[in-house]
Design a protein around this ligand. Sequence first.
Ligand SMILES: [Zn+2]
Length: 311
Amino acid sequence: MPRKIAYGANAASEFQYPENSLVITTTTPDIYEKWLNYMGIKKYEIYDKVTPDPAIETIEEIKRKYEGKQISAYIGLGGGSSMDVCKYLGKLTGIPKILIPTTFGTGAEMTTYAVVSFDHKKKLLQDEAFLADAAIVDPYFLPGTPFNIMRNSACDALAQASEGYDSKLGNPFTKLFCKEAFDILDNAIMNDKHDLLPYGAMLSGIGFGNSSTTLGHALSYVFSNEGVPHGYSLSSCTTVAHKFNKSAYYERFKKTCQKLKFERLTLKQSLDEAADVIMPDRGHLDNNPIEVTKQDIVNCLDEIVNKNPLQ
Ligand SMILES: [Zn+2]
């Protein structure tokens, strides 16, 4: 876990930010300006050209651009992508990183994982050096979150908590966090108590961050490579994966996705091609509770795109 975790109302406004920090964000000026105001941060640089699923080239460009500028800390403000960029940069330069999620779903502020694209393919990396020096989770702006962003984030957090629970790397400690996270997120969605989502997502990050996600996430990346948002692709992928794994979370996960009204997924490439992309993803597949063959992957993809798993 990060050395310092600041959670709750005013956590982001009360935090003391070091001078000459570099704020790295995926958000647009209308969003990050209200955050920066709220945070009360002074004397900072900002880099706002990070796009979802950041490429290694973007990270190297930022490193070059700010070399010699005595940056004291990176502040990752936004969704998973801005935090992933900070994590990778922090590993390259040794500069401390402060992570502040604005969408509350990935739990990325808590984990040693980063997703970076190499040659237009998303790759899941894990390194102790990716761990945040401080994570700040403040739900202040949650009420203004558009429904579509909220539901994608919530679905990601739910998928992470339940896949993390089932992961082969799980242990009583990670299961405790994953189970609690799932219960909180499930309650938040089914009973429209959205103010509980940030806490659930944070606990999910601690749980799956110390085990791993599994088949559902492995299946989802071929859809994200075709431009489908991460949380949306997990709605069907994790449902089908839970069914395949006979997960205790299958029914409950599916019900929350139905409540969030996720539509069916489509895939441009053939199922066979997609399965060839998924099979080398050992980081997810080796931790799946059941062994997965290429034919299993093709069957899962067939169920995702040709049948309606959320019906
Ligand atoms: Zn995820």
